[in-house]
Write a protein that binds this ligand. Sequence first.
Ligand SMILES: [Zn+2]
Length: 350
Amino acid sequence: MLIHQNFTGGNIRIEAIEDNTIYLNNELRDTPHDWFYWAFCAENFAGKTITFRFPKERIGYYGPAVSHDLKRWTWLGAGEEENAFTYTFQSEEDKVYFAHSMLYHPDRFAAFAKKHNLELHELCQSKKGRSVPYITFGDGEEIILLTARHHACESTGNYILEGVLEGLLQEGLPSTKVICIPFTDFDGVMDGDQGKDRTPRDHNRDYRLNEPSIWPETAAIREIAANGIRYGFDFHSPFHCGERHDTVFLVEKVETKLAEYDVFSEILESVWTADALRYDKRNNILPGVEWNSPNAPTFACYMDSVANAKLACTLETAYFGTPDNIFTPEKAIRLGRCFAKAIVEYDKQA
Ligand SMILES: [Zn+2]
């Protein structure tokens, strides 16, 4: 029997094993405060019933995400205990993946690109020497820049992004080139890091004015935006769960753009379809509220002030959602399609 993290996105530490209970925790690595991401593989447990126990809030409302191939994910379902789940491995179940949330494997993005005849280009080499992928399509002077995984563990953003790309491929903006970096912190995504607030700073705090980036990916993104962009959208996941973090919301960063956020949010509400994850603009977070510091050196602020984007913002998508609005990849992709439609409609009005 083996519990391990030797796969894309893996992150686990075994604390103790007692009979049929395995005590686990995640690895924070270079995140200097508590965070919640974990993902592990259980091999050779066929026929056994095992309880996996965490010391604190590491499991969402619907139990862990479960997969047999790192591609298709389902929720196990809520167990009786908040910080533990029990799984009965069937006789042929030799290898099962469990995770905090539904992972998004870079291979899935490669398959998506292939399906749409899009070539994966190299944005740059990561610090660890990996080739960081990006795609581009459409012709024109104007650039729409789409990014996800500035924080490595935030996979919900990739599902939204897939829908946005599908929508823009089908109904693109005139004279506009789409440039998409799906895994900004590529090493973090591959290695299963938290990525959030990493030391000395994470990828979404690496957009300081008058100071070069420390991450090759953010340096390359800044270079793409050097001559200005029209739109910049960055897709994230929020905190583990609770209140606003159970919803989908826009992060409104720039005081002078409140009216623009409002117009865009209203359009997004109006084009939203009932088969998608719900979006309600009342969940948007205003500048200066809670953690939303308006002057943080983020992608969105940088694209607004330096790249002079007409609209640049972050969309946060809950890991789990609420019982009437549970996160699934399909519903997130559909919301992404609504988001693309909202961009097209907004652009018509702009
Ligand atoms: Zn984030």
